[in-house]
Design a protein around this ligand. Sequence first.
Ligand code: ADP
Ligand code: MG
Ligand code: ZN
Length: 394
Amino acid sequence: MVKPSSQVLFACQSCGATFTKWSGRCGACGEWNTLVEEASAARPGGLKAKPSKRSGSGQIPFTSLNSPESPPPRIQIGVEELDRVFGGGIVPNSATLIGGDPGIGKSTLLLQVAARLARNGLKVVYVSGEEASAQIQERARRLKVADSPVELAIETDLRKILRALKTDPPDFVVFDSVQTLWSDSLDAAPGSVAQVRACAQELTHWAKTSGAALVLVGHVTKEGQIAGPRVVEHMVDTVFYFEGERGHQFRILRAVKNRFGPTNEIGIFEMGPYGLAPVQEPSALFLPAERDVHGGTAIYAAMEGTRPVLAEVQSLVSNSAYGTPRRSIVGWDTNRLAMLLAVLEARCGLSLAGRDVYLSVAGGYRISEPAGDLAAAAALISSIANQACPVRTI
Ligand SMILES: Nc1ncnc2c1ncn2[C@@H]1O[C@H](COP(=O)(O)OP(=O)(O)O)[C@@H](O)[C@H]1O
Ligand SMILES: [Mg+2]
Ligand SMILES: [Zn+2]
């Protein structure tokens, strides 16, 4: 088969996979309506073809595993919830991606971090392509960090940004967001998979050689017209997702990839009028103020990294008014609920046919550990039996 030279490619805006044919669903990640035509995506991650810097002899330098130099010290933010998630502070010469839904608080968190580090004497640059400087200055006033010597720039042109950074390299730099950056060496539109990848690659490469710690903000996108943060996950050292539930004040910073630390640690924050405040005692957020007297709840002790978090599983089993009973869940997995119900029917002699089942984890918390099944089963049995679990039982 002869391939046309200027092949049209369709890139998934969620995972970055490319296909030669369009289809409604991405064959790689299974997301719907995320394939978008990207003519110039053929050079993934590559900017303007640079002359390759080949050494005359064609040799590469080898080194040993045992380095005589000690690595540069980590940058301590001084907020335990953050330093722990980073694996003991931010590593210089590194690239971090912070993903999350729009409005979850990424800019707020990073402005607070930037301000702290700048106050501690580091050279800190904050580049925004999303907001006007007045907006960011207004946020800084609200967060009471306007007096911090953060250097703010509103720019989206990667070439200009890199020129400025190379002239006067900072210790810590934030890009808010990676989806607004564009490089003139690609025809693709800003926000496309090709642009987002190329810009992230170039910046990551710069960070590795300059000594700076780089943080890229990436919005989780729903529409599929803008590339999501997942397309750059593989090129950065550390990937965090900032999560939270609508209508709840708490936010969780979760490490999903960390080349310098564990990935099971989380940092818990509360969004307040002065920004995000660390929460040292998270159980208080997820536990109800009053004891259950009617039955249907059970307390579960989850392990989040090195810390236990108490959460309440709430359930309600009631007679169904519909032909097909409802199964409704919050903070839980549908398939695991179906399995639990099957076990309760088959092994515990409980009849759930014709009954609606609601299961929710209080406070907007999510339980993903299989051990949580026991708490869910206890909550369901408690609801069916109309009898509260014994007080002080976990
Ligand atoms: N004046 C304000 N007072 C209190 N909270 C605010 C105020 N303005 C914005 N916020 C909070 O900050 C959030 C926006 O955070 P932001 O850091 O801009 O999110 P992101 O960068 O993730 O899109 C809003 O959803 C809101 O909860
Ligand atoms: Mg923002
Ligand atoms: Zn995909």
